[in-house]
Each structure stands twice: as C-alpha cells, then as structure tokens.
Design a protein around this ligand. Structure first.
Ligand code: NAP
Length: 506
C-alpha cells in the first residue's frame, strides 16, 4: 500500500480530530487509524452546514453545476489512491472500483447538466387577475427551493456511487443543500479521499467550506446525533432495514420531524413465465445465477427469489441455476459482519418448513459462496420470514402449481425495489394479470433482463413501498432524486426585486 490516509474528519474545510480513535478493518493490506466521530463533532459539522445554507441556497444553478463538475474532476485526479484504498478496504476488484468511480463522476456531471437545464425547478406562474370578480387574483409564482442541510449515510456496498460523493450528496448539492456525511466504517479511507476531493473543489471555487463535512463513524451515537440535530432538514440513507428503521423512527420523534429517505433492501422477485421457461430454461437459469452471484450478491437489486410453474421446464431452469452457482468461487464479502449476517440468513432459510437445499456453502470468515434453495408456494405462503432479504448470493426458487398460484405468490410480497418478468410473446396475458400487482409492489418493473445494474438517468426509479424504502414517493438514483431535497415555495405578489432570479423571467 503506497497511500496512507490522514485519518481526520473534514469539518467546514478543516481536518479535525476527536479524542477516540478506531482502526479500519480492510479486506486486504494494512489497517489504519482514524479519528472516531462523536456528537460534538457532528454538532460542529451541522453548525458549519447551517451557517453555509443561506449563501449556498442563493447560488445560481451555474455556480452549483460548476461545483459538481469540479468535484468530479477532483475525484478523477485522485483515481489511483481511490482505487488502491478502495480495493483494500472492500475486497472489491480494481475494475469494479474504477467502474464505480466512473459512475460516481458521471452522476455528478449528470446532475450538473440537470440543474443547468432548470426543468427540475417546476416553475409555475398564475398571473394576477386584478379585474376578476368577485375577488381579484394575486400574482402567484412557484418553484422548488432547497430544504436545508442534509445528512447522508454512505452505503457499505457502494463505497463510491452511494457514499461520500454518491447519489445522495450529488442530489443535495445540486439542489443547493449543504451536506454532512456520516462515513461508513467499512471504507473510512475511501471516504476520506473522496471527502478531500469535495473540500478541494469548494476551495478551488472559493465557495463556503461549510457546504460539506465528513464525520467518520465509530459508534451509533454519531448517526443518532446527526439525524436528531435540529439543523438537519432531511436524511439520505442506504443500508439495513433495522438500522434504517431505527434512524427513521428517530427522525419521526424529533420535535420537528424530518423526512428520512431510506433505501433499505429488497428480494427483487423474478417471475419466470411458462412460455419463456419452455423456450429458454437453461439460459434463464444461467443468467439468474450470474446475476445472483455478481459482486458476491451485495446489491440491493439482487434478484433473490425466482417464481416458476412446477414441471420439467422448472426442473431445467433450476438445474441450470444450480450448475451456474456451483461454478462460482468463494469471494470476500465487504465486512465480517455482512458475511456473518449472510450465513445466519442462509441458516434461517434452510430451517424453514418445506425448504429444500440445492446448493450449500461451507465458507468461513469473510469469505462467501452461493446458496440455492427451493420451496413450494404452499410453504412459502405460510412462512413470512422467507421473504426477508438475505444480503449476498442466495437464491430461493418458489415452485407454484399454476398461473393462479403465481398471482397469489405475487400478491404476498411486501414492497420491493424491483420486480422482473421473464416472458415470451405467448406470456402476455399472464404478464398483463401480474402487472398491476407488480406496479403496486415495486419501484421498477422490468421484462427480460436482470435488475442488477441500475442506470443513472432521468427515468430511473430506485425506491419502492416499505420496506424497500421508507418513502415510496422518492428515488435514490437518477435525476428525480433531487426532489427529495427540495420543497415548493409560492411567492405571492412579490416585487420583481425580491423574487429569485429563476422566477423573474416567467
Ligand atoms: P447498516 O448496519 O444499516 O448501517 C448503515 C449506516 O447506518 C452505518 O453508517 C451505520 O453506522 C448507521 N446505523 C445503522 N444503524 C444505526 C443506528 N441504530 N443508530 C445509528 N446509526 C446507525 O448497514 P450496512 O453496515 O451497510 O450493512 C449491514 C447490512 O445492511 C447488510 O448485511 C445488508 O443486510 C444490509 N444492506 C442493504 C443494502 C441495500 O441496499 N439493500 C445495502 C447495504 C447493506 P455504524 O456502522 O457506525 O453502525
């Protein structure tokens, strides 16, 4: 390892340290010491963000777009360090870190273009009607304004694209909201280098350093202090259902409750329709196995459950999936805790009534290999715990007796990020019956593909009804995600001199 992190928090542009320290736990290479976060450090970061808010909210769209572009450039300039420490901390391969960096900088630049365009402001104008009877109408203009400082909890499974300068941070900065990031303990060094890039971009553009702070973790008290700080006005979170729900509840219990945008997880059911499985069972099984095993299954869009009508075609699908997963070598998971949780989850599934093990893994420590199970619809419908996410490359096949039972199983799922249809032309009637159920269940419905690989674009929705997310009206990926950090303000009869520049041309 040639790169050594400085180990400080970044608060209002300064490197700051507290009294407590923690050591990183990289998958490979050297561990480093980092200053641990504390409620006091969180308060300092929130104070800096609050002080910066009014000025940042008043910046032009062009100024913020330049900031996003400059952050992307500064991240690229640190590409070698990011890849080096990112690979060591997460155990992910170099190509993944490089690809994810491209996604991260692409996301920042996409938001720059999005706010330059200005449509996101959703500007509306109802001109005055002074002669209207019985009451005249005042001049009314509306547009979206930033909500205030945002807390961002970086994800363990995306050290770049969903972390320090990831989608939540990009969306908040684009909106005009300062950001306080709570670093994830799985990759503190990666977070630090990316944080340095944001600090450097702010300095280069002579912008208020309070716009961005990074406070490393170390104890639960850090996250709790962050979401309950009265200066924080919304939270972006990616992580577990348990952690997300605890923080969501804290947000709701505040004297001033705030929105908590938690992206919590999903089993992403895949419905393999009869004509499709009759014509390409082997391809579908192999494709599913590859999608399940990608990135050691550590994707929230991992399609963990396949539903197929029982019979010889289902047998062929299951055989191909089993064979595909059997070929997958053991690989390290992101943290020891995740590997433990994966094995505990696999045990829970294996012990479920009627569950048959098709492939088991004998891995230890941080290492993980795929599991595959199957169950009948009857047993599935009586065991709610089987629908809980097991984070990792674990697949469960639900064999249903017919189309009606497939529909019944579909109706039993809780909120999901995605739902997939594997279908041929002859499946259209059944697909049409399933669609209203899938629309109600999921944020994204797809046909003849796999849900891993979330495009960052205008039409993407990465969210869904609870427990996929805590806010079904929102997405955490794509340009629409900026709406989480905006609120509409109506300006009634304000003189032109007082109106925001974006409203004067209406
Ligand atoms: P996590 O345990 O929910 O932690 C996410 C972040 O929230 C961390 O910064 C954590 O801080 C903080 N946090 C969690 N619970 C908290 C609480 N009660 N009070 C204050 N802060 C809290 O998620 P993770 O570490 O990323 O991964 C653990 C599990 O989450 C995985 O095994 C997997 O099941 C799931 N996961 C799901 C997704 C998804 O997209 N669906 C993504 C990643 C992980 P500390 O680390 O300091 O506790």
């Amino acid at each position: 390892m040639t790169f050594t992190p400085h180990g400080h928090h970044l608060i209002g542009g300064k490197q700051v340290s507290g009294e407590e320290r923690f050591r990183s736990a990289p998958a490979t290479g050297d561990a480093f010491e980092f200053s641990a976060g504390s409620p006091d450090l969180v308060a300092q970061a929130c104070a800096a963000a609050d002080a910066a808010f009014a000025g940042f909210a008043a910046t032009s769209r062009e100024e913020r777009a330049r900031l996003l572009d400059t952050i992307a450039d500064e991240i690229d300039a640190r590409g070698a360090e990011i890849t080096e420490i990112g690979c060591a901390e997460t155990g992910l391969p170099e190509a993944r870190l490089q690809g994810e960096r491209g996604r991260t900088t692409g996301q920042l630049r996409l938001f720059a273009a999005h706010i330059r365009d200005g449509d996101y402001l959703d500007r509306r104008h109802d001109p005055a009607l002074p002669e209207r009877q019985p009451m005249p109408r005042p001049d009314l203009r509306m547009m979206q304004r930033p909500v205030g400082p945002i807390a961002v909890f970086g994800a363990s499974n995306f050290p770049l694209a969903f972390s320090t300068a990831g989608g939540d941070t990009a969306a908040a900065l684009a909106a005009g909201c300062p950001v306080v990031v709570k670093g994830h303990g799985a990759h503190p060094g990666t977070g630090e280098v990316v944080g340095d890039a944001i600090v450097a971009a702010l300095a280069k553009l002579d912008m208020d350093a309070g716009i961005f702070s990074l406070v490393q973790g170390g104890s639960r008290a850090v996250g709790e202090a962050l979401v309950t700080d009265p200066r924080i006005k919304a939270v972006g979170f990616t992580g577990s259902l348990g952690g997300g729900r605890a923080l969501y509840d804290l947000c709701a219990r505040r004297p001033e409750p705030i929105p908590f945008f938690g992206e919590l997880g999903s089993v992403n059911p895949m419905f393999v329709l009869p004509k499709a499985v009759a014509s390409r069972a082997a391809d579908l099984g192999a494709g599913w196995a590859a999608s399940l095993a990608m990135g050691v299954g550590q994707f929230c869009t991992n399609p963990g459950i396949a539903i197929v009508i029982d019979g010889p075609d289902a047998d062929a699908f299951v055989a191909a999936a089993t064979e595909g997963l059997r070929q997958v070598a053991a690989q390290p998971m992101l943290t020891d805790g995740m590997a433990d949780a994966y094995r505990t989850g696999a045990r829970r599934v294996a012990e479920g009534a009627g569950v048959k093990s098709l492939l088991t893994s004998a891995c230890e420590g941080r290492s993980a290999a795929p599991y595959l199970f199957e169950v009948t619809a009857g047993d599935w419908l009586h065991n709610e715990t089987l629908s809980e996410e097991v984070f990792g490359s674990l697949g469960l096949v639900i064999r249903v007796s017919d189309a009606a039972e497939m529909l019944q199983v579909a109706q039993s799922f809780k909120g999901q990020l995605t739902a997939t249809l594997q279908m041929d032309d002859g499946d259209i009637e059944l697909a049409r019956d399933l669609l209203p159920v899938l629309e109600r269940m999921a944020g994204r419905v797809l046909a003849n593909g796999f849900p891993t690989g979330v495009e960052v674009c205008d039409a993407m929705v990465h969210g869904g009804p609870y427990p996929a997310s805590t806010n079904f009206g929102a997405t955490s990926v794509g340009t629409l995600s900026i709406r989480r950090f905006l609120r509409p303000v109506c300006y009634q009869n304000l003189p032109e001199a007082l109106l925001p520049a974006d409203l004067t041309s209406l």
